[in-house]
Every structure is written in structure tokens, then in C-alpha cells.
Design a protein around this ligand. Sequence first.
Ligand code: AMP
Length: 309
Amino acid sequence: MFWNKFNPLLIDNYSHNLNKNSIFLAIMGFLKGFILTVINTIEALRELRNNLSGTIGFVPTMGALHQGHIYLIKEARKNNKILIVSIFINPTQFLAHEDLSTYPKNDENDITICRKNEVDYVFMPTPSLMYQGEDEVLIKAPKMSSYILEGKSRPGHFNGVLQVVLKLFNLVQPNNAYFGKKDAQQLSLISQMVKDLFLPINIIECEIIREKDGLALSSRNIYLSQENRREALKISKSLNKAKELINKKINNTSIIEKEMLYILKDLNLEYLSFVNKKFEQINTIEKGNTIILIVVRFNQTRLLDNIWI
Ligand code: AMP
């Protein structure tokens, strides 16, 4: 592509058809000095990485980008010289019956979003590139904290998450990696992996981005019917109720839980849990060290939400 000649590293192996809008944005990006390059081989990423200098920010995603992802991208853009986003629907974190084959995918739009937000490089590997052997060295998430809550509903899920994140970290070698508090347990386990395996990476926790009406943004929200979506607002409503009670100095979790359950009573609640940052169950709210987690199911769609107190 024509703008590659301005890029010292010819690594754009991606062959999607650019629509007019993308070409316009690419030109605008070029005029501003930002050129987005899509990388889809391990060799190209390694070559790129060997030639990069300065602070590298990294935002790993599974694509179908929304404002939640964009917030992470913006935070990373502000604080790093180079910004790399990965888009990869990781098969090893899906259980057999889960929505791997139907997980939302919109590569063209994701690239446009990345370009608009001044991402430098998008890494988009295929599963066969990321998993080259049949009998790989595996990562085991800690038993105590990865088979409760999300891990109880999705046993083995966090092994897959840590496996892919470690691979991506090894390839990208970022200084700063950005994760959303929305996936609180994932964030906690990734932070633990970085600590336990002595990875020289700062994990940056990012706030949960919500629709105006309170619904936490998620790639899976598109599965919701209009009625489901209306009902789903009770999730953030119950979390706000908890916040309100805590502001009134009510710290007993069973009192707060009762009020929340009343709001959530018509929903298919998978769990409502009060934990500290180590993901241990708590009975008393401790400011700065409490997360209230909710998962509600609408048919096959699980909606996760939480607040950090
Ligand atoms: P995913 O593409 O679902 O794997 O998410 C990629 C990253 O975006 C993860 O670190 C998520 O926690 C984060 N993320 C997803 N939704 C939101 C949201 N509504 N607000 C903030 N971060 C989010």
C-alpha cells in the first residue's frame, strides 16, 4: 500500500479491501504523522519489535471494538510513544459449549476505529499462528482464585486467558498493558501472573465504560433483545444502590445484598458476590479493597458487571 513507503518497516501483510472512509482516514492519519500498520505474522511482529524504541503501550482485545476498548486505547495513547492493539478471538479461553463460533467479529470496523484513535500497530494473528503445536506447554491459573466466580461457571477459562496473554506479552514485550476493571477477576489474575512470573510489565487498570443509561459496554450486548436490554439495566441499578448504601455508612454486606437482590429479583442471577482485591469473600465493606461482582444470564449471554469500592 502506498503509505507503506513512508514506514521504515514494511510489515503490512494484511490484505483487506479498504473502503473510501478508511482511505480518507489513512490519508488524514498520514498527514498527522500517524500510520496504522496491520501485522498478521509472528515474524513481522518480531521484526517490528526489534526495531522499536521508546515506551510501548499494549491493549489486548478480542475485537468487536466498542467505547470500552476505545477508552483503554485512549489511555494507552496518552501515555506511550508506541501503541499496539491486538485483535484475537482466543479459542483456548472458550469452553466447548460456549460462543466461540458466533463471537462477534468486525475486522474492517475495528481497523477503522484503531486508525481513528491513532493506534500505531494492530496485531491480528490467526489461531493456527498463536497455537502451532498440538501438545503445548500450558499455563495453570492459581487454583484458589481461578475456580471461583467466573472460573466456577467457566472451569479452565482462566488457563486459556493467561496462556494467550503470556504469549502476547512475549511477542509484544510492552512496558504498559491496559486491561478493563469490567473483567475484574481476569485483571487480578493477569496482575498475579506478571508478579509471579517476574514479567517486566506494568498492568494498568482502566475504569468500566457504560452506556448513558448505565449498561456496561460489552461485545456481547448485541445478543440482547430489546426487552433483555431493558431488564439488564437492573444490574447497574443494583450496583448504584450498593454504592448509595455504602455512602450512608452501611458496611454489612448482607444488608446490601438483600437490597440488591430485591432489584435483581426477576433476573437470572448467576452470582452476586462481595470480595476483596484478593478475591476472598467478605462480610464487611472495606473502602479501597472491595469489589461487588454480578453476573446475570440472558439465555446464552452472560453479562458481567461490578463496582470497585
Ligand atoms: P475483550 O475484547 O472483551 O477481551 O476485552 C478487551 C479488554 O477490554 C479487556 O481488558 C476488558 O476488560 C476491556 N473492556 C471490555 N469492556 C469494557 C468496558 N465496558 N469498560 C472498560 N473496559 C472494558
